[in-house]
Design a binder for this molecule. Structure first.
Ligand code: ADP
Ligand code: MG
Length: 708
């Protein structure tokens, strides 16, 4: 495991969060979910707001609407009457200028009497309101003694939270974590630090966690900028380490005669597009050269990337190598398997699928066959990165929907073989400058045309008011055996709500259309999901009357990426205005893959403004994913497009690709220079840089230089 050689100075930071005072198993588990298992993860959890508790007037001067910190005398308690728990418990307080009551609902008497003893003075902080002409503070945020007033009367950081942890608790825990951060030798170039006027790492961390105004939350202030640079530098160094090592173990050229490709071509019911032919040629010639391939295959949804990948894979197999194809989800991995395996079977090539869910004996068997070379193509999820997976002789690794994986993960896959060629695939256009910054040098192939017969999806906007009409239209389509996707609203704050909306819609549609209506969502087990997807893909044309078949599938956005049900020709998307345009485009790319006419109904909220409507209209007007991505960028800013889970580089803790773009090339150049001079990081600066890699948990690459 990567942790073995972690420098001693970081021991504290890599202790478990549950080693902190007051963090039991229950809170520990919540924190681990929110930030991660280690104290360092809490350090990287930055405030997103501030709360000013410095305003502490006398009672008579209180301005309503501001958070106040008061020093009050506790005069008396009035518990809720027995059997009338809905009437709140009140504690009457005063200072020499006036009265105020503290109000508690459903609170315990003994507890309140303990923290607010009659006759004593206490500091309370919270919001004040007027009720029945009286001042009151309902559930003060803070109650403490006067000796702690300085800790209260200040500006507090506000952290992103998760259910079940309060702001106060999280703040205290993070504060305790900060006490454990050591002074660490500087790893940055002093000249750069000077020029940028950056604080030391330790100071930057402290400053970030004690914002005193909103400027301190700005990703471009000195402290945050430094930390973002640290992260970018760590990433760049680790990429250089991985790539440096890969280049060293250089070059075998995979030269095949294309016999297997020809056999596959003979099986296809369609002709490859010119784009596809060109991309295959580019890839094959990369593979044949002595250089290791790192190529990105870009192409809009439905442009036919899979077949291009498969052709490249076949060359590797013909040459006697193994191939790996990696997908971001288990559903997708299985989907790839079920489309690819029948083709390969006909030409006697072995193929297996491996995901996290394969356990026990069957897993062992799969791993054995990978290790002894009897499986030629292995399809899987990120499970394929794991150390226990040993290939006999891997020649090419294909990463589908590459933006869903960490840069780092992607590069590590290449270490599974001696000279593995890597093909990355994406439907999300990524600006070239960013790609370069992330990968160093990278070749690109782009599929510019869609396969023939791929009719553009007829996209329509319909108000949610007209749901009854939509039901009728769907009923008509079901009666002529259409396969229909119904995507339910995305509710950002809560996965649970997503699911309940989908469940509700499923119930409703089932009551109208009967048992061939299915439901799929993210909280189902993989088995359930796979089962539902396979029932939805049962063909219902001809005389096929399988009672298991699903014709209408209600889903949350789990189907977004890559799922291919060629027969599906209709998609309904509820509350389309809540999605990004690119996301909607990806979604509708799921339908009409068989070349049949297809329709996408975008249902929008009744109170949709003109701008929002015209934004959706873009989807009506064009089917070009790159154009749509550009529009999306204009409207939402690339931060949204690239910086977040949706399609971006999710692995960053601090840096924000949009805000900190200006630092990327500096970090890249510096990393190159550093690794050029000290390729195994043994100098004293090199050692400091190792610490940096540990801090950002990019230390897998350190293992590489240690392994030699
Ligand atoms: P994506 O680029 O979105 O991954 P896929 O590789 O899944 O697209 O291909 C989409 C669909 O188009 C598949 O059903 C595939 O069989 C089909 N397809 C691929 N290439 C062609 C082609 N040249 N002509 C017709 N259909 C094609
Ligand atoms: Mg695909």
């Amino acid at each position: 495991m990567p942790s073995q050689n972690r420098p001693e100075i970081l021991y504290n930071l890599f202790s478990s969060v549950s080693s902190l005072r007051g963090v039991g198993p229950r809170i520990g588990e919540k924190i681990e979910k929110l930030t991660g298992p280690f104290i360092i993860d809490l350090i990287w959890h930055f405030p997103s707001g501030i709360l000013d508790r410095t305003y502490s007037p006398e009672i008579k001067d209180i301005e309503i609407g501001r958070v106040v910190t008061l020093t009050v005398n506790i005069n008396s308690h009035r518990p809720s009457p027995k059997n009338k728990k809905r009437i709140p418990y009140k504690v009457f307080c005063s200072d020499k200028t006036g009265d105020i009551s503290l109000v508690f609902f459903q609170s315990r008497k003994d507890y309140l009497q303990k923290i607010l003893p009659v006759g004593e003075i206490r500091v309370v902080s919270g919001n004040v309101e007027v009720f029945d002409k009286q001042l009151q503070m309902t559930h003060p945020d803070i109650i403490t003694t006067t000796s702690h007033i300085d800790e209260v009367k200040k500006i507090h950081p506000v952290y992103p939270l998760t259910d079940g942890i309060s702001q106060n608790v999280l703040r205290r825990i993070i504060n305790d974590s900060l006490q454990l951060t050591p002074e660490i030798p500087e790893w940055l170039d002093p000249a750069l630090v000077n020029k940028k006027k950056w604080p030391s790492w330790n100071n930057a961390i402290r400053k970030t966690h004690s914002p005193i105004n909103v400027k301190d939350l700005d990703p471009l202030n000195k402290a945050r900028e430094r930390l973002a640079y640290d992260e970018l530098l760590a990433r760049q160094i680790s990429i250089q380490l991985v790539r440096g090592r890969n280049i060293k173990r250089k070059g075998l050229s995979i030269k095949a005669n294309g016999n297997l490709r020809k056999k596959l071509t003979d099986q296809l019911s369609f002709e490859l597009t010119n784009s596809q032919k060109r991309a295959i040629k580019e890839i094959v010639s990369d593979m044949a050269s002595k250089k290791r391939m790192l190529r990105l295959l870009q192409g809009d949804v439905g442009s036919g990337k899979t077949i291009v990948a498969l052709m490249s894979i076949l060359d590797a197999i013909e040459f006697g190598k193994q191939a790996a194809l990696m997908a971001p989800t288990e559903v997708l991995a299985h989907q790839h398997y079920s489309t690819i395996e029948p083709f390969l079977k006909k030409i006697n090539i072995t193929c297996a699928v491996l995901t996290g869910k394969d356990k026990g004996k069957s897993r062992k068997k799969i791993l054995e066959n990978i290790a002894n070379g009897s499986t030629s193509l292995i399809i899987g999820t990120h499970a394929l990165f794991q150390q226990e997976i040993v290939f006999c002789d891997l020649g090419i690794a294909v990463v589908d929907e590459q933006q869903r994986f960490g840069v780092h993960q992607r590069l590590l896959l290449a270490n599974k073989g001696i000279a593995v060629d890597v093909l990355l695939m994406t439907a999300t256009p990524i600006p070239r400058t960013l790609m370069l910054a992330f990968y160093g040098d990278l070749e690109e192939s782009t599929l510019t045309e869609k396969p023939k017969g791929h009719n553009p999806v007829d996209t329509r906007l319909i108000s949610l008011n007209r749901m009854e009409d939509v039901y009728k239209a769907i009923g008509r389509k079901l009666s002529i055996k259409a396969k229909i996707f119904w995507v339910c609203p995305l509710i950002e704050e809560s996965k649970k709500l997503d699911i309940s909306a989908a469940t509700e819609r499923h119930r409703k549609l089932k009551s109208i259309f009967g048992s061939n209506v299915g439901l799929i969502h993210g909280q189902m087990s993989q088995d359930e999901k796979l089962d539902i997807m396979s029932r939805f893909s049962i063909s219902n044309t001809g005389n096929n009357n399988n009672s298991n078949a699903l014709d209408l599938l209600v889903s949350t956005t789990v189907i977004e990426v890559g799922v291919d049900i060629p027969e599906a020709s209709i998609m309904v998307i509820e509350h389309a205005e809540r999605f990004g345009l690119s996301q909607l485009h990806q979604l509708r790319g799921r339908i009409g893959r068989d070349g049949q006419r297809s329709t996408c109904l975008l249902l929008y909220s009744n109170n949709l403004g003109e701008t929002a409507r015209s934004r959706l209209m873009i989807l009506r007007k064009t089917n070009d994913g790159f154009l749509i991505a550009e529009e999306d960028l204009k409207i939402r800013g690339s931060g949204d497009l690239l910086g977040t889970q949706q399609s971006g580089f999710p692995e960053f803790k601090v840096a924000n690709i949009e805000e900190h773009k200006h630092l990327l090339s500096i970090a890249r150049d510096e990393a190159k220079l550093l690794i050029g001079k000290d390729p195994t990081l043994v100098s004293s600066r090199g050692n400091a840089l190792k610490t940096l890699l540990y801090l950002f948990q990019c230390d897998d690459s350190i293992r590489l230089i240690q392994a030699g």
